[in-house]
Design a protein. Structure first.
Length: 277
């Protein structure tokens, strides 16, 4: 029995490394979530930036709600099974007419996890299409890790500006066009990237990283995750803070400590110590 995906869709995911679209948020829900993000940005004087874009589910109650959303978890369970940890969240936001882009890369390259059995649910909070710089995938490229090079390009939304060091055939790219409230699912090793936003609206996406409970951190000294479905019999990850209200002091202190450890893993060998603004 499956929850959301058909057996054919699951088979296709395993063969191609992705599935989209999946209907996960109602029109009301996605408007509410975007509204909360932009209320925060209005209070702080500009787009959410730096470390606040990452592991945001421990800071904001509404993102904590989103990573536990039954429709998202139903789709994820169909792929990785019933015992699920939320390992991380990251906002990928491109302002209107912004040069920001994401180079071709594989997510797993610098994460330090013990297995590539990791799935990203990328939730669209605004239209994601060719004009606004939606993601693009290369089908079937999730079967092995390839070499990457760091660029630290100022317009690259990735932490290290990392890009695949082998030639990528753009002719094979599939554009991941999503309406607000839809999500795509992709494997941690799938080649993917995106172009700048040439539209008059922001392109807002939240990438939620889910892992089976059997995984562990293989590079860092320790790591944290939140059990969002099923049971965790392995206890490889420390439990994360669960916010009772947005930006409470305990959450900010926890987030700072975890971010420092995560940056040691993400930026190992570079001398970098903080997320770019």
């Amino acid at each position: 029995m499956t929850n959301v995906l058909t057996e054919r869709e699951i088979s296709s995911y395993r063969e191609r490394g992705y599935h989209f679209p999946t209907e996960v948020l109602s029109e009301r829900e996605v408007a509410e979530f975007r509204g909360k993000l932009e209320e925060y940005e209005a209070r702080t004087g500009g787009p959410i930036k730096g470390e606040m874009r990452h592991r945001s589910h421990v800071l904001f109650t509404w993102i904590n709600d989103m990573v536990r959303h039954p429709k998202i978890l139903d789709a994820v369970e169909d792929v990785i099974g019933p015992d699920i940890l939320c390992w991380n969240t990251s906002f990928f936001i491109k302002e209107a007419r912004d040069p920001g882009f994401v180079s071709w890369h594989q997510d797993a390259t610098y994460w330090g996890l013990s297995s590539s059995d990791v799935i990203t649910a990328w939730v669209a909070m605004s239209p994601a299409n060719k004009i606004s710089g939606c993601m693009k995938f290369v089908p079937g490229t999730h079967l092995s890790q390839v070499e990457h090079e760091d660029t630290f390009d100022k317009n690259n939304l990735l932490t290290r500006g990392q890009e695949i060091a082998v030639k990528v055939d753009e002719n094979n790219a599939v554009f991941v066009e999503l309406k607000p409230g839809q999500a795509s699912l992709h494997h941690v090793l799938l080649f993917h990237g995106s172009e700048p936003n040439n539209s008059d609206d922001r392109r807002i996406g939240l990438a939620i990283r889910y892992i089976p409970t059997r995984l562990k951190q293989a590079v860092g000294q320790k790591d944290w995750a939140t059990l969002v479905r099923g049971k965790d019999e392995y206890k490889h990850f420390e439990p994360e803070h669960v916010p009772k209200r947005d930006l409470e002091p305990e959450a900010l202190a926890f987030h700072k400590a975890v971010t420092e450890e995560q940056l040691r893993v993400l930026y190992r060998g570079t001398g970098k110590t903080e997320y770019r603004a």
